[in-house]
Design a protein. Structure first.
Length: 354
């Protein structure tokens, strides 16, 4: 039985692996992906997953993994600030503001070639974060504008899948992640579909991280989505599990679609994980759709990693651009939010200054 710490690590690492594996297939059709995955005479279990070069780089992560790490940094810094003030939790608006400031720091990394002489915290000091990987045009545009989105005051109609991965650190940091995940998604993407899909994903992740079944996680998210007026999302999540249970082979075509928006990506991730038995198998199913394959890969990797809590093969983690950072951030999230004794030291303040 994997430990909670195992699940935290496996979640972020498998997510980063899925992101990098899928990046090579972004924008392709399912037929084009199959052509790359030859020889077709071998079953998917016999064809080892491997990275294809993207822009000359092998194992490169996209902005989805970068933004996931900065979401975590914002939450960790909010927690550091509250602990320094003698509190164990944070006000909702304070957490949102902390994450928004973290997103602005991410935006700075995309405009510079290396860390500044006096970096603001640990993450922006990591040279690996200064790779320009943006595939989502919405987030940089919103951060550049100075606007901060809210569902109650929309600033765009964006509902693409880029926000979905930001749910993972929220699931690790909060026992009741729906509202926080919804509003963090809306900082940059204010279509209700994107916000509700991110919130639902955070709830599912939170449940499986603590050892509950995937079905239990979906049921919890189903109830919250229904209460929030997102009944179509709830129905699609339920249908994905039913399809995987009934007949994965014949139902695959319905759910192996390009995940061009947050809801579609979530549904595909649920189907991919429910119809397979390992993270590598689930990622294979998800990225074979093409479309937003990196988004489908990261969401599926996060979910399958949290569910199985098993280490991935070295052939996948070794070349991965942000493997060390993902593992370190997972360890930090565990130290701050798992319920284990946590002491706020001067070194911890330097890593995640309030």
């Amino acid at each position: 039985m994997p430990s909670l710490h195992d699940r935290y690590r496996s979640c972020l690492l498998a997510g980063a692996v899925g992101d990098a594996l899928g990046a090579a297939y972004d924008g392709q059709s399912a037929a084009e992906v199959r052509a790359h995955r030859r020889p077709e005479s071998l079953s998917s279990s016999q064809r080892p997953l491997r990275y294809l070069p993207v822009g000359g780089d092998v194992g490169a992560n996209t902005d989805a993994t970068q933004m996931l790490l900065f979401t975590a940094e914002g939450l960790l810094r909010a927690h550091t600030r509250r602990r320094a003030a003698g509190h164990d939790d944070w006000p909702h608006d304070e957490a949102l503001s902390s994450v928004h400031r973290a997103y602005l720091r991410w935006y700075d990394t995309q405009r510079a070639d290396k860390p500044p002489p006096r970096p603001d915290g640990w993450l922006v000091a990591q040279r690996a974060m200064y790779q320009r990987r943006a595939r989502d045009p919405v987030t940089p545009r919103i951060l550049r504008s100075g606007l901060r989105g809210r569902l109650e005051a929309p600033i765009n109609n964006a509902r693409d899948a880029s926000v979905l991965a930001r749910a993972a650190p929220i699931a690790m940091a909060s026992w009741t992640p729906w509202l926080l995940a919804r509003d963090i998604a809306a900082l940059t993407h204010t279509h209700a579909d994107a916000a509700h899909a991110t919130a639902a994903f955070a709830v599912v992740l939170q449940k499986v991280l603590v050892g509950r079944s995937l079905a239990d996680g979906v049921e919890s998210a189903w109830r919250l989505a229904t209460d929030a007026g997102a009944a179509p999302l709830a129905r699609r999540m339920e249908a994905a599990l039913e399809a995987a249970d009934q007949n994965p082979t014949t139902k695959m075509a319905e759910h192996q679609r390009a995940a061009d928006d947050a809801t579609g990506c979530l549904v595909l991730a649920l189907y991919a994980v429910a119809s397979t038995k390992s993270s590598t198998e689930a990622i294979e199913v998800a990225i074979s759709t093409g479309g937003d394959a990196s988004r489908a890969g990261i969401a599926t990797g996060l979910l399958s990693g949290a569910l199985h809590g098993a280490p991935l093969p070295e052939v996948l983690t070794g070349p991965l651009e942000l493997a060390d950072l993902a593992a370190t951030v997972a360890d930090d999230l565990y130290a701050h939010f798992s319920g284990t004794p946590f002491e706020l030291t001067e070194a911890e303040w330097d890593r995640y200054p309030g």
